[in-house]
Each structure stands twice: as C-alpha cells, then as structure tokens.
Design a protein around this ligand. Structure first.
Ligand SMILES: Cc1ncc(COP(=O)(O)O)c(C=O)c1O
Length: 411
C-alpha cells in the first residue's frame, strides 16, 4: 500500500541553497547539496582544519568528525564502519579495488562486465587481461536496452571469479534485481561488484540484505560533497591486497585501501547528508525512535513516490512523440526505474537540445555519459549519444511541465 504521507517538496527545496529559477534536470551528473553539508564543511574548516589523530583539542575534534561521517555513511547503507572506504570518486575507488584484488586472479580466470555500465565498473576490470584474466561481456539487448539475466547465466562458468554490473543504469534508469543477480553469481561461486552510483540518490541501499560483495556510489550525486564510497564485505577487504604505505597493516581496514587517506573536510561533511535525511524524516514522521537505516528507508519511500509522479508526467509526454526514441523502459513504475530518462530524436544530433533549453533556464545534457559502450551498442554514437533529463526528489511537477513545454517546442 502506498504510504499516505507525501513528500513536502516545498520543505525539501528550502534546504538546498543552490536551487533557483532554473529547472534543473542534470541530477544524474551531480546533485545540489543541502545547507547541512555546506555547514559541516564550513565548521570543519573554521574550527578543525588541522591534522587529525593528535592530542590537542582541534585535532581530537577533527578525528571525531571524520569518524562520525564514516559511521553514519555505514549506517545509511547497513554496513559496518570499517567496511566503508571513502575515496575521491567511484572511478578511483574501483581502480584501487581492481589493484587490490590482483593477487586473487590467475591466468584463465574469468571476470564478467556489462556493456550497459558506466565505464567505472568496466575499464579497471578489463585492464586485468594483463594478468591473463579472461573478460566476458554481459551484453545488453540492443532492442530493449535491457540486461537479461539469462544472458548472464549463460556466461557463468566454474572459472568465473567476479561479476560487475549496475543496480541502476545512468542511461536508462532501469533498476535491476541486485539480490537475485547476486544470488545467481554466488551460486556460480563468484563475487558481485555493483555500481550503485545512479541508484543511491533514489532508493535505499542495504548492502547486507543485497548480500553484495562490493558496492560503489558517489556522494556528490547523493546530495553530498564530491567524494565516493566503496563498500566491501569485511572478509574481502581484509583479504584484499593493501594499496597504502608498507607500514599500514593488512588488517588495517579501510585505511589500507585508501592510499593518500581521506579528504578531511569533505569526509566530515558527509554527516551533512544524514543530517538532511534526519530533518526530512523528522518533518514527515512522528516516530522518533526508529533506527537510522529505517529512517533512511522511510524517507526514500517518500522520495520514490514523489519521483514516480514526476516520471509519470514525463513518460506520458514522451509517449506522445512519435519522433522520440526513449531508451529503455517506458514506465514510471518506481520499482522498475529511477527518473533518469535518455532519448534520441529521429534525425537530430543529441547535442542540439541542451543549449536550446538552457536559453530558457532548463538544464538537461547530452552525450554518452561515460557509458560509451552502451551508446555504441544502441547504435547512437553517430547521433552524439542521447539527450538525458534526470530528476530527483527536489524537482517539482511544475519544473517537469516546463521541461515538457520547452521540449515540445524544440522537438
Ligand atoms: C552509474 C555511474 N557510475 C559511476 C560513475 C562515476 O562516478 P565518479 O565520478 O565518482 O567516478 C558515474 C558518474 O556519472 C555514474 O553515473
């Protein structure tokens, strides 16, 4: 049953100082941040911009602030703090992880990557062919832009060590059944590495329930600072080969997988994301005793319901346009998609539209969005990729109507 409480979008928008009279639909590129995140950066840099780990007051406080963010991010996705590696980007986190796992692989071992994913969860793994590892590609269906699980099943062998896939495509917005895919991967004796970058701003992550081995997401797309998080099951992180200085021990997780350490002020500001979720929770729900992860789940339910309303309006519009090819699922169903919409217009270069709409203060974008293999497989490279309009919960129906009106003129 649908939650009777609906998201108070006006209240939500009030927390984002970056929102203005632009109708902003480039959220899959990066979201605006609530004031709580900005305040945390400001507070850290004003009061505690010293080296953490010392015995003086500012340093003690700096250490506490960084540790607090580590703990809160872990609680948000139902992980333990030491299972969370905070790095500069998801791309860098996967790069480091792929190096950390090198000793696990022997020549002839097989890794599966998709051609739907953002290159982050493909390229670093493909480089392991240097070790004699065999890369198999789980190919999307070029007609539907879907990853069919049967195709993955046909690729799995007793030599498969790792399967890398996305929980939500940054092109199609399709949400995948990560739990079911992970079960299939585990049954084949392999591990699952999931890119949740496009998923995390829209739906709650519970890495334990999903039982994934590794999972990545970028906090600058989750209303936070420009950082990213790599989750790894504790036993895997312990077994992975340390990538930090030689004196950082193999049992020292997550530090051994964090060459250079964390960015202090931005890490401290991650707690501003959970501050924001707490505020949204407190505004909508009377029960103040719920655990953090449950509070996050409850807030995301409101978010998903609101996003579904926005998505329905946009899908209905696209369906009326015979010259538009929507890539992927023509549905607003919140269980099946996030409100990330990519489309191509017959006979038109995808690069034309964003500049035209920007003149009317509507922000969208075009290109391959680093999912270049997907664009190639869909035969859209010659059109310069897709036009993408991506929504999050701070978008309003009024903004979607502006997007529709401007597109209607332009198409
Ligand atoms: C699905 C997906 N994965 C990975 C990335 C890369 O994230 P980062 O910029 O943190 O490396 C992006 C960025 O757009 C993305 O959309």
């Amino acid at each position: 049953m649908r939650n009777p409480i609906t998201l108070d979008v006006e209240f939500v928008r009030h927390h984002f100082p970056g929102l203005n009279d632009w109708a902003f639909f480039e959220n899959a590129g990066g979201t605006f941040v609530p004031r709580s995140v900005i305040d945390r950066i400001l507070r850290y840099m004003t009061e505690t911009q010293v080296q953490p780990g010392g015995d003086y007051t500012a340093s003690i406080l700096a250490t506490e602030r960084i540790a607090e963010s580590q703990r809160l991010m872990a609680e948000m996705i139902n992980a333990a703090p030491e299972e969370i590696v905070i790095g500069p980007s998801s791309t860098m986190n996967v790069y480091v992880l792929s190096h950390a796992l090198r000793p696990w692989f022997k020549p002839g071992d097989e890794l599966v990557v998709t051609n739907l994913d953002h290159e982050t969860n493909i390229g670093a793994w493909r480089r392991l062919t240097e070790l004699g590892v065999v890369i198999k590609e789980w190919q999307l269906d070029a007609g539907t832009a879907e990853l069919e699980v049967e195709r993955l099943a046909a690729l799995l062998t007793e030599r498969t060590q790792l399967v890398c896939f996305t929980s939500c495509s940054n092109i199609t917005g399709a949400i995948h059944d990560v739990r079911a895919i992970t079960r299939l991967v585990h049954d084949a004796g392999a591990l699952a590495c999931v890119d949740a970058v496009a998923y995390a701003p829209h739906r709650p992550l519970d890495v334990r329930a999903l039982d994934v081995d590794f999972c990545i997401f970028s906090t600058y797309k989750l209303y936070g600072p420009h950082l990213a998080i790599l989750y790894g099951k504790r036993e895997h992180l312990l077994e992975a080969h340390g990538q930090n200085h030689f004196f950082i021990g193999e049992r020292d997780i997550p530090l051994k997988l964090n060459p250079g350490g964390v960015n202090h002020e931005l890490t401290a500001a991650l707690a501003g994301i959970t501050d924001y979720f707490d505020t949204i929770y407190g505004h909508h729900f009377p029960d103040k005793s719920a655990e953090r992860h449950q509070r996050v789940v409850d807030v995301f339910e409101l978010i998903a319901n609101h996003e579904e309303v926005l998505a329905a309006r946009f899908v209905d519009f696209l369906n009326t346009k015979s010259n538009v090819r929507l890539i992927g699922r023509a549905t607003a169903d919140k269980a099946r998609r996030a409100p990330i919409f990519s489309f191509a217009v017959a006979g038109r270069d995808s690069g034309e539209l964003p500049g035209r709409l920007a003149k009317q203060r509507v922000a969208i974008r075009s290109g391959h969005f680093y999912a270049a293999r997907c664009i190639e497989a869909l035969d859209l490279a010659s059109q310069n990729g897709v036009v993408r309009a991506s929504m999050v919960h701070y978008n309003t129906l009024g903004e979607v109507d502006r997007l529709i009106a401007r597109l209607d003129e332009a198409l």
